[in-house]
Design a protein around this ligand. Structure first.
Ligand code: ARG
Length: 493
């Protein structure tokens, strides 16, 4: 249990960093209510990294001697080991990860532990911890998004010739290929990775040295600690430094939009997996059954990807609501940022990896897709464009083809058959069926503008996606180099 210490006011139930100011023991309900340990114990490694850099800076500025620095460094390394192998004992009085680490350090190192917090506040400390965490989370999240991009790209390559009806309003519209459809998600994920890079850039400034809100009178070298922690810059305003959570909101937004993309992909696959569509078959290892109906094979993973996407959305709203009324600078409300951020990132990362696994193995029913794409009505627009090529105003062409589709429906005739009978009446120079107008492959071959579903355009899109993926991987590799080493291996850094 908590070690009672003697201070000017006599022995107290639990020692608090701020117990000098308050005459009464802390109420246990307050202790439980205000604790952030449930969330911020996830920041333990970053907290120790920050303290290692800070203690080195304290020594360089002459604020602690070499022996003090060394015992802080080895004490912190010991704390890191205990945290890593789960032997660290948290106390109810610890309040948050910062106090837990400092308390244990002081138990291990004695008086030097009491010097660690020189020139620092938990307000700049938690901000630096969270920025370090956000930076590495950006790399993990981008890595998981790129993994999914790679699976999608591989499947798109395999399915670049697989015909598929493209839909608008969930009605068959025009033919595309499955490859083109899958590449649409590669593009979305590419923008997601871009947004994560952007968020990383804004998280990449060190707030250490901003103190509680107004810096410190002690000679702390902010640039040195920033460099030691691999930050590109120091924050420019101490009030902003301790109260800015834009990077948390941005990262949560990145998760929210990413999760929305995943949810849309899951929804496509859920629809395709219905007996009515039968465009995909889930491998048994990625499906679930029913406890009651013996015949069922359910797409629960996809439904959970869709359902859990609500978590990052809720986190984003929660965060913005928490932030919007806060006066400068630090307020305890800010402590609540972590539950939102951690929930959003956890769901997004696990959904990314579940979808990657499932997409890796899902089977596409090529013949079923191709026969749906062979519906001649999907080429009604091609027919109207043929009339335009022959000189007819588009509105007239649209009207004529629309009437032909209507007649075909009334006569229960396929559109290509009706057109073969009435091409003169419609205004065509010849039966378009003869020159393959109703062949979806030929239709695709006429669509080769950039971004279109034609085979050459899709081949170019595949090359572009591969290049973008390679660049994103390169960015992750370069940024990982700048991360500070994990605390338990940094010794007397
Ligand atoms: N646990 C707090 C948080 O997460 C740390 C900062 C507390 N600062 C303070 N002055 N009470 O924000």
């Amino acid at each position: 249990m908590a070690t009672a210490t003697e201070d000017a006011g006599g022995p107290r139930r639990s020692a608090k960093a701020w117990s000098g100011r308050l005459a009464a023991d802390t109420n246990p309900t307050l202790e439980r209510y205000t604790s952030s340990l449930e969330w911020d114990r996830q920041l333990a490694a970053q907290d120790i990294q920050g303290s290692l850099a800070h203690s080195v800076a304290l020594h360089r500025s002459g604020l602690i001697d070499a022996a003090t620095k060394e015992s802080i460094l080895s004490g912190l390394t010991q704390v890191a080991v205990e945290l890593r192998d789960d032997s660290f004992e948290f106390l109810p009085s610890d309040e948050d990860i910062h106090m837990a680490v400092e308390r244990r350090l002081t138990e291990l190192a004695g008086e030097p532990g009491a010097r660690l917090h020189t020139g620092r506040s938990r307000n700049d400390q938690v901000a630096v911890d969270l920025r370090l965490w956000a930076r590495s989370e950006c790399l993990r999240l981008a890595g998981a998004a790129i993994d999914l991009q790679e699976v999608l790209l591989r499947r798109a390559r395999e399915e670049r010739r697989t015909l598929l009806p493209g839909y608008t309003h969930m009605q068959r519209a025009q033919p595309v290929t499955l490859g083109h459809h899958l590449l649409a998600y590669v593009e979305m994920l590419n923008r997601d990775v871009d947004r994560i890079k952007d968020c990383h850039r804004r998280a990449d400034s060190s707030p250490l040295g901003a103190g509680a809100l107004a810096g410190t009178t002690l000679p702390i070298d902010r640039r040195a600690t920033a460099a030691a922690l691999g930050f590109s810059a120091v924050t420019s305003n101490s009030l902003d430094a301790v109260s800015d959570r834009d990077f948390v909101a941005e990262l949560t937004f990145c998760c929210a939009l990413l999760a929305v993309h995943l949810s849309r992909l899951a929804e496509d696959l859920i629809i395709w997996n219905t007996r009515e569509f039968s465009f995909v078959t889930l491998p048994d290892s990625w499906a679930t059954g029913s406890s009651l109906m013996p015949q069922k094979k359910n797409p629960d993973v996809l439904e959970l990807v869709r359902g859990r996407s609500s978590v990052p959305l809720a986190s984003l709203v929660g965060l913005l609501a928490m932030l919007k009324g806060l006066p400068l600078s630090y307020n305890r409300d800010l402590q609540e940022d972590k539950r939102h951020l951690f929930a959003a990132t956890e769901v997004t990362e696990t959904s990314l990896s579940a979808l990657s696994g499932l997409l890796n193995e899902i089977r596409f029913a090529r013949r079923r897709m191709a026969s749906a794409a062979a519906d001649p009505e999907l080429l009604a627009t091609d027919l109207a464009e043929q009339l335009v090529a022959a000189g007819m105003p588009f509105r007239t062409a649209h009207e004529r083809v629309g009437a032909a589709v209507r007649s075909a429906g009334e006569l229960n005739l396929r559109l290509d058959r009706l057109v073969a009978q009435r091409w003169r009446e419609i205004g065509l120079p010849a039966d378009p069926g003869q020159c393959g107008l109703f062949d979806p492959r030929r239709s695709l071959a006429r669509r080769e503008q950039p971004g279109a579903p034609g085979p050459r355009a899709v081949a170019a899109a595949i090359r572009r996606a591969a290049t973008l993926i390679r660049r994103s991987r390169g960015w992750i590799a370069a940024e990982s180099q700048r991360q500070p080493p994990p605390p338990a291996s940094s010794g007397s850094a």
